[in-house]
Design a protein around this ligand. Sequence first.
Ligand SMILES: [Fe+2]
Ligand SMILES: [Fe+2]
Length: 145
Amino acid sequence: MASNRIVSRGIDKIEWSDDLLLNMKAEDDDHREMFALMNGIFSAALLGADMVTQAVADLCLFTREHFSQEQHEMEQVAYPDRDSHRYDHEYLIFQLDVLIERLMNSGPDYVADELVDLLKRWLCDHILTFDAAFAAFRQEMMQEE
Ligand SMILES: [Fe+2]
Ligand SMILES: [Fe+2]
């Protein structure tokens, strides 16, 4: 039934692309998992509201853990751009919180295609800019060691 669907206008699952690889294994594995969890929201949309809520909660939990690990690493090496990188993380967490709140209050109908689309664009942009810059910094440090 339409009320259980969040993807109403044919947004496809997002395919992982190797263009997003940063050649840092743990980081890349986490990013792949985040894509899988985001796609899990699409799959859950076919199964009903409870499944959507669970899928979004899974994505939130994993994302928070990934971000705090990355922030910890930035602190450890005194990465100069760590503040702006952390703010971008906080922005995504804010968007995820909004998504959860809308799910809780209104059900999956109100999780608009646009919001899911925004999240996946955010993730690609973040990886290709902030995470890529931090990866380059770490790779440079390793070469100097
Ligand atoms: Fe990041
Ligand atoms: Fe990351």
